[in-house]
Design a binder for this molecule. Structure first.
Ligand code: CAA
Length: 257
């Protein structure tokens, strides 16, 4: 399917979604989310897809919500149109999404990357929550997710001053999982995604769900949830096959992938 604001392709069991509004540095418009959410719906339903990579351009993953679209809004139109809420679809995806970030990931761009399951950054990546410079504040989860990633002090610094964080600081702070040279970004992210997509899909999805639980609940409830989900994996053929393959010193042949 052709989209106006994104490009999609599949390589094996991995789907690659590229934000594609180059003239606006991939500013995140409402139309872009119509496309992105439709693509996620289709990959979620596609049994041949096990992992998704979301990326932008060399210059910008995304420079934030579309300021030109938002400028005329009033609080009434923001409320009535439920501005930003459609973005949350990304964080509810059940299959994993890796954000591959080069260049600017600012405002909603940083927030979108943080809605993904983890972030692989190019050495050119720059993260920031500059909404304060526009007389507003992060509105797509930035005050909550950035604080959980990097802690209160750095989150306050970033959100109150609007300063950018480079890739090295982002890795040091736990915002990104690894840094790679810019020209290797997408290939590296696709390789990582292919590795995940080759695992047993129920195990992958249950791990994702369980790690996400850590943000939503207490330690004891989270551990209890993890234990129940872990027990349920013993109902899968892939548990039996994965453990037998280890004993046989061979690669597992997972059925559910
Ligand atoms: N919305 C709409 N258009 C944007 C945009 C955005 N967030 N960011 C960049 N653009 C447009 C520019 O207006 C410009 O368009 P024209 O050529 O038509 O003038 C084009 O993209 C290129 O941008 P620049 O000329 O500014 O490029 P630059 O290299 O000089 O600067 C930049 C790059 C530092 C990223 C700068 O574009 C910038 O500061 N962008 C805005 C960043 C920002 O404030 N993001 C937060 C948005 S609010 C938000 O996201 C709310 C939320 O939490 C949900």
């Amino acid at each position: 399917m052709a989209y106006e604001n994104i490009l999609v392709e599949t390589r094996g069991r991995v789907a690659l979604i590229t934000l594609n509004r180059p003239k606006a540095l991939n500013a995140l418009s409402s139309g872009l989310f119509v496309d992105l959410n439709a693509a996620l719906d289709s990959f979620e339903a596609d049994e041949n897809i096990g992992c998704i990579v979301l990326t932008g351009s060399e210059k910008a993953f995304a420079a934030g919500a579309d300021i030109k679209e938002m400028q005329p809004y009033t609080s009434v139109t923001a409320y009535l149109t439920d501005l930003i809420t459609p973005w949350e679809r990304v964080s509810r995806n059940r299959k994993p999404i890796i954000a591959a970030v080069a260049g600017y990931a600012l405002g909603g761009g940083c927030e979108l990357a943080m809605m993904c399951d983890f972030i692989i950054a190019a050495d050119t990546a720059k993260f920031g929550q500059p909404e304060i410079n526009l007389g507003v504040m992060p509105g797509a989860g930035g005050t909550q997710r950035l604080t959980r990633f990097v802690g209160k002090s750095k989150a306050m610094d970033m959100c109150l001053t609007g300063r950018m964080m480079d890739a090295a600081e982002a890795e040091r702070s736990g915002l990104v999982s690894r840094i790679v040279p810019a020209d290797e970004l997408v290939d590296t992210a696709m390789d990582v995604a292919a590795k995940i997509a080759d695992m047993s899909l129920p195990a992958v999805m249950m791990i994702k769900e369980s790690v996400d639980r850590a943000y939503e609940t207490t330690m004891s409830e989270g551990v209890r949830f993890e234990r129940r989900v872990f027990h349920s994996l013993f109902a899968t053929e892939d548990q039996s096959e994965g453990m037998q393959a280890f004993i046989d010193k061979r690669s597992p042949n997972f059925r559910n992938r």
